[in-house]
Design a protein around this ligand. Structure first.
Ligand code: HPA
Length: 233
């Protein structure tokens, strides 16, 4: 049996799934990091692959951008395909002076503006947090690999473009280390359904200064992020 948006059979997807927003990044990672990778999904071009990393079975599934899209894939991965560990691998914007482009981050928690969460929790605020076991394992893997990581809280937004000039001031003051568009929903759904989740992110741009990474730097920090996440398979 497949699900509405994932045309795979139960059993085609590994217990641990890496979740990039971009489906072509899923393809790239499957082709460069995995052995014996098989594509199990092409519905809406949202590519998904299962293969092996250091002998461990792992899948990588594109999610699209934003919390509406990631919620669909996460829900189906957990409820139809019985996935146990969901690890977002993506980029984020920096809103802090001292955080540089290319910095790899492990998200401990995610604030955000997901309407689906406000409605579900009747206007109250749920503190969406990473699974501690995955967080600790990722941190230990990064130390072994000698990759510097920053741990902290991120903000997930459903609005990429916004005209409000001081939009990030409050969040900057409250120590948010990165802004992206999926983690709050991923953490909330993982907790709701009793599975584990983590977000590993790299800083691709500075939202305050408008600085963006060169493609070479992006590649290096992207590879570092992937190596950490793949160690969790
Ligand atoms: N905003 C939201 N999500 C992002 C950004 C951003 O500036 N950069 C990378 N992901």
């Amino acid at each position: 049996m497949s699900s509405i948006h994932i045309g795979a059979k139960v059993g085609d997807i590994a217990d641990t799934v890496l979740l990039p927003g971009d489906p072509l990044r899923a393809k790239h990672v499957a082709e460069t990091f995995l052995q014996d990778a098989v594509c199990y999904n092409n519905v809406r071009g949202m590519l998904g692959y299962t293969g092996y990393y250091n002998g461990n079975r792992v899948s990588i599934q594109g999610t699209g951008m934003g919390m509406g899209s990631v919620a669909i894939y996460v829900h189906e991965l957990i409820n139809t395909f019985k996935v146990k560990n969901l690890i977002r691998v993506g980029t984020c914007g920096s809103i802090q002076q001292g955080i540089h482009l290319g910095q790899v981050m492990l998200a401990m928690s995610a604030s955000g503006d997901a309407d689906a969460n406000s409605l579900y929790f009747k206007g109250m605020h749920y503190a969406a947090t990473a699974d501690f076991d995955l967080l600790m394992k990722a941190y230990e893997a990064a130390q072994r690999l000698r990759i510097n990581t920053l741990q902290g809280s991120v903000f997930s937004t459903n609005t990429f473009y916004d005209n409000e000039p001081n939009r990030w001031e409050k969040w900057q003051k409250h120590g948010i280390i990165g802004v992206e568009m999926e983690t709050q929903m991923l953490f909330t759904l993982a907790k709701r359904f009793g599975v584990k989740a983590l977000s590993v992110l790299t800083v691709s741009d500075n939202i305050v200064t408008g600085e963006t990474t060169s493609s070479l730097d992006r590649e290096q920090s992207f590879n570092d992020m992937m190596k950490i996440a793949l160690e969790l398979a």
